[in-house]
Design a protein around this ligand. Structure first.
Ligand code: ADP
Ligand code: MG
Length: 507
């Protein structure tokens, strides 16, 4: 074997599913003894399948696995566990009506001996909990535990059975931000205790926080393995999506047209009745993208809500093509050609239990070709929805499944598709890329540019400066409910914009 001490080598692994999906294509990875190895890649890259092969859940079509220097065949999870491999799945495999201790020994020993073992098992769990900083209550019923605690039970179960190579499949997806911080600490602690971890994720910040080495998969292939200490988020992102991320997408010189939106002296209160937007004035032209930068909570939300009729302004005017819309209700505003991609996707953007198709025509289902004489024309709705989801590369089973089944990024694609398909005069877009995968971020930004090229006036509100630099013609900084500065869209203004944004935090 190689000069490094590899606990695991998976060599030339390929996995073809019936029907022709190639989930892994000649993937080779080496995992060093005692390291935290991150497996990074976009959704569908082949991470879970590769690790399911290691855990005996899938069988490779080709390739070999070497564990602790010896070639192994892993036909089932049971064989994987016997080889001291543990896997913590995204969806836990615990029995809710049993206690922690009962779950740990479930299916491991002959029935009849199990009850007698509980005290001994419980004591060992408490000891393990202390050693691994993973306290569990052996007598607690699993159904009484939080998701984070259930995850702990899965981990301690693997450790109880002697695993020293642990696979975590997107472990932080189910955790709260506070739990995530604790979990990352715990993974570092596992390393101190000599346990090797393979950590699947698509989140760059987590990778940077815990990894020793990182293997990136893309489209079923291995792109490379890098040392965490020698890489940075932008290199990793490039490896994941295969091109530069958020390059200046929008610096193609283009002409802007006439003034479409004229906002003058606009003020509005927040939900607590305090002034959140103070005397804001600016214009947006046809074919222009104006960015609003700022730390969240500086009036951006109220601005977007006021512009789309969802919040009543206290003074000022909003004109679209010279027509006053400040007093109109949301539907009236929409009819003037104003589109809205809201910050709060779940409250304002989509109706989760409704299908993708239904969400796609939410503004227009009463009109032809989607209904006729009060009857919905489902075929036309599905066709329309299929065309848009294809254009936007929405990852889904079919257009009639609930939109709530989709990942955040794919839900956002549906919202953006719906809003831009109407060829709006003015698009108000707030936090376009929040919770969206890197590959989809660039895709969505390109769609925004397409709308710009068709002459839509666009207001793009974001806390992510990189996103604004990528596409904006001008950037306004909001602070304390006011426009604190105006810049052209170039990255060279980064420092000054950052300072203006930061000044506000202090005040
Ligand atoms: N049991 C299966 N049958 C057919 N295709 C599958 C199966 N499991 C996964 N795939 C496909 O294999 C590819 C890789 O999936 P996966 O490893 O789950 O990706 P990820 O990197 O998001 O974990 C995807 O295209 C997925 O649809
Ligand atoms: Mg996966």
């Amino acid at each position: 074997m190689s000069k490094h001490s590899n606990i695991l080598e998976m060599r030339n692994i390929s996995k073809r599913f019936p029907g022709g999906v190639v989930a892994n294509n000649d993937v080779t990875i080496e995992v060093r003894q005692g390291e935290v190895h991150c497996l990074l890649g976009e959704n569908g890259a082949g991470k879970s399948v590769l690790m399911s092969i290691l855990y005996g859940l899938h069988h490779a079509s080709d390739g070999e696995i070497f564990l602790r220097g010896e070639k192994v065949k892993i036909a089932s999870p049971k064989e994987a566990r016997n080889l001291r491999i543990g896997m913590v799945h995204q969806h836990f495999m615990l029995v809710p009506t049993l206690t922690v201790a009962q779950n740990v020994i479930l299916g491991q020993y002959p029935a009849g001996t199990v009850l007698n073992m509980i005290p001994e098992v419980s004591q060992k769990l408490v000891e393990l909990g202390r050693r691994f900083k993973l306290p569990v209550d052996p007598g607690a019923l699993v159904m009484d535990l939080t998701v984070g605690e259930q995850q702990r039970v899965e981990i301690i179960k693997a450790l109880y059975h002697g695993a020293d190579l642990l696979i975590f499949d997107e472990p932080t997806a189910v955790l709260t931000p506070k739990e995530i911080a604790g979990f990352l600490d715990f993974v570092r602690h596992l390393r101190d205790e000599g346990i090797t971890s393979i950590f699947i994720t698509h989140k760059l910040d987590e990778v940077i926080a815990v990894a020793d080495r990182i293997t990136v998969l893309r489209d079923a292939r291995k792109i490379g393995t890098v040392l965490a200490a020698e890489t940075d988020p932008s290199e990793l992102a490039r490896m994941m999506v295969g091109r530069d991320v958020l390059m200046k997408l929008g610096d193609v010189r283009h002409d802007v047209g006439e003034v479409v939106v004229k906002i003058n002296g606009l003020s509005a209160n927040n939900s607590r009745g305090l002034e959140a937007l103070s005397d804001v004035s600016f214009d947006v032209r046809a074919g222009e993208i104006v960015g609003i930068a700022g730390v969240s909570g500086n009036g951006q939300s109220e601005l977007c809500l006021a512009l789309t009729g969802l919040l009543e302004s206290t003074s000022g005017s909003i004109q679209i093509d010279g027509e006053e819309i400040a007093r109109l209700l949301p539907r009236g505003v929409a009819e003037k050609g104003v589109a809205h991609v809201p910050e709060d996707r779940h409250k304002l953007g989509v109706i989760l239990p409704f299908s993708i198709s239904e969400n796609m025509v939410i503004h227009q289902f009463r009109k032809e070709p989607f209904s006729k004489m009060g009857r919905l024309l489902k075929k036309n709705i599905s066709e329309y929805s299929r065309a848009l989801t294809t254009e936007y590369r929405v990852r889904m089973r079919d257009t009639e499944q609930p939109i709530g089944d989709l990942s955040g990024g794919n839900q956002q694609k549906v919202v953006v598709a719906r809003e831009l398909a109407r060829n709006p005069r003015f698009a108000v877009i707030n936090q376009l890329t929040r919770g969206v995968d890197i590959g989809a971020i660039e895709f969505l930004l390109k769609k925004i540019l397409e709308a710009r090229n068709k002459g839509t006036a666009i207001l793009l509100v974001s806390t992510e400066l990189e996103e604004l630099f990528a596409v904006c013609d001008r950037i306004l900084v909001m602070s304390g409910g006011r426009i604190a500065g105006e810049f052209d869209g170039g990255r060279e203004n980064l420092e000054e914009i950052g300072m203006l944004m930061a000044t506000d935090v202090a005040s």
